[in-house]
Design a protein. Structure first.
Length: 184
């Protein structure tokens, strides 16, 4: 394995090396492994890539849709954002790159594919907004149903729809998303 720093990125490279060691991977491993480039942008990482046959992983501060497109065209196996990187994610990406699997940040991939930006708030129906506001106050389905004069089954379905629209796994995540997007 090789860890390549871009100019002025020695501290970040040291952090990535420490994460690799923490995950049980020797960053100074032998030839023929995975090359990890630590750069500010994904475009810089693509410029460091040596050839089409190498197993290349980019750890970048920023990932733009155009840079991600260039990286994928150049055969970069994985692109990770350094800000939210954990040793476990880095180890999984290294093993994935070794086996030919790809890994890219979700929000950049959505933008690249022309979908809604991750920062766009979802549109909610008036019923969903009412249920979300009552959820934020900490009420359960039965109290929400009584307050809105509807059945608990209707509330359950509305909560299910909200979770999908907000891409939340828990009620707390749904409320946090709603606060972040100023929906409540």
């Amino acid at each position: 394995m090789r860890v390549l720093p871009a100019t002025g990125r020695l501290a970040a490279t040291g952090r990535v090396g420490a994460m690799l060691r923490q995950a049980g991977i020797d960053p100074a491993g032998g030839p023929g492994g995975v090359t990890v480039a630590v750069t500010a942008t994904v475009e810089e990482a693509v410029a460091l890539r040596s050839g089409p046959g190498d197993r290349f992983l980019a750890v970048c501060d920023t990932v733009s849709p155009s840079g991600l497109r260039d990286a994928l065209r150049a055969g970069v196996r994985a692109v990770l954002r350094s800000s939210d990187l954990t040793p476990e994610q880095l180890a999984a990406a290294v093993y994935g790159a070794w086996h030919g699997d790809g890994r890219v940040p979700y929000s950049a991939l959505v933008q690249l594919l022309g979908g809604a930006r991750a920062a766009d708030p979802p549109r909610l129906t008036p019923r969903q907004q009412s249920v979300l506001a009552l959820m934020a106050e900490g009420h359960g389905n039965a109290v929400i149903a009584q307050t809105l004069s509807c059945s608990p089954h209707t509330v359950k379905n509305t909560v299910y729809e909200l979770m999908g629209r907000l891409q939340a796994r828990t009620r707390a995540q749904a409320v946090a998303c709603a606060v972040r997007w100023s929906l409540i």
